[in-house]
Design a protein around this ligand. Structure first.
Ligand SMILES: Nc1ncnc2c1ncn2[C@@H]1O[C@H](COP(=O)(O)OP(=O)(O)OP(=O)(O)O)[C@@H](O)[C@H]1O
Ligand SMILES: O=C(O)c1ccc[n+]([C@@H]2O[C@H](COP(=O)([O-])O)[C@@H](O)[C@H]2O)c1
Length: 220
């Protein structure tokens, strides 16, 4: 793991399938890094994302593409802990490990899009997540924050400020409206399967990696 600076900004963890990573993820992460004054943002590829089919592209390939995409930005890191764990990649397990590594005081943020937030009550031990980390919710095209029900109550009861993220270790929820980019990995995979270009939706280095290995290509 890379060295952290001596400052005490918060650390963010951005979990995803990253199948593949694209500019929607990358630009959102960069804006969060700056607007939240984070010390570090970790992309954490899920080996076995719990609530979707096992991706056809291996976790090793998906992590390699993340590493390639973030090369050159020292505050970004690819956290590969979920690749080493068997069974579903439950976020709570990763947060328990991260909390142990960073200590009780360090601000730790779990980053997710609105779409992921809506599924949160179905996550494994979801009621423990806010004991371990803050939640940072990113606005995403076509998705709206819940205005009623348990998630709306959670957003209200735990509402915090950007300053809270480094002042407290966990327990706050903030929403961030970022530059909206209507890019999804689903759409990129669909383009590639049709033999169309996905250029300018994701880094050239990642596209080259995909092309060299024939990932996402139409199976004859
Ligand atoms: N364009 C985007 N802008 C902001 N957040 C995004 C964007 N695309 C994905 N995310 C968020 O990134 C996290 C990881 O997403 P994931 O790796 O599943 O990408 P995806 O593009 O949504 O993939 P898929 O289309 O396969 O579902 C989720 O919390 C998701 O909400
Ligand atoms: O822990 C869970 O139960 C859980 C359930 C669904 C999703 N997640 C995590 O949420 C992140 C985004 O998932 P996905 O499927 O939208 O790419 C990724 O890190 C998943 O491991 C976690």
């Amino acid at each position: 793991m890379s060295q952290l600076s001596a400052s005490t900004g918060a650390i963010a963890v951005f979990g995803g399938t990253f199948n593949p990573i694209h500019f929607g993820h990358l630009r959102s992460a960069m804006e969060l890094l700056e607007s939240l004054e984070l010390d570090q943002l970790r992309f954490m590829p899920a080996k076995e994302p719990p609530h979707r089919e096992r991706p056809e592209v291996s976790a090793e390939h998906r992590a390699a593409m993340v590493e390639m995409a973030i090369a050159g930005e020292p505050r970004f890191l690819c956290d590969k802990r979920e690749l080493d764990r068997q069974g579903p990649s439950y976020t709570v397990d990763s947060l328990v490990e991260l909390r142990a590594e960073f200590g009780e005081q360090r601000g730790l943020c779990l980053v997710m899009g609105c779409d992921a937030l809506l599924g949160l009550p179905g996550w494994h031990r979801w009621d423990e997540l806010l004991d371990l980390a803050h939640l940072v919710i990113m606005a995403r095209p076509g998705w709206h924050l819940p205005s009623q029900g348990p998630l709306a109550a959670l957003l209200h009861e735990h509402a915090g400020s950007v300053e809270d993220l480094s002042r407290h270790p966990a327990g706050k929820v903030i929403t961030q409206t970022l530059r909206l980019q209507d890019i999804s990995a689903t759409n990129i995979r669909a383009l590639l399967q049709l033999g169309l270009s996905a250029r300018y939706l994701l880094p050239e280095s990642v596209l080259a990696y995909i092309a060299e290995r024939g990932l996402y290509a139409k199976q004859e």
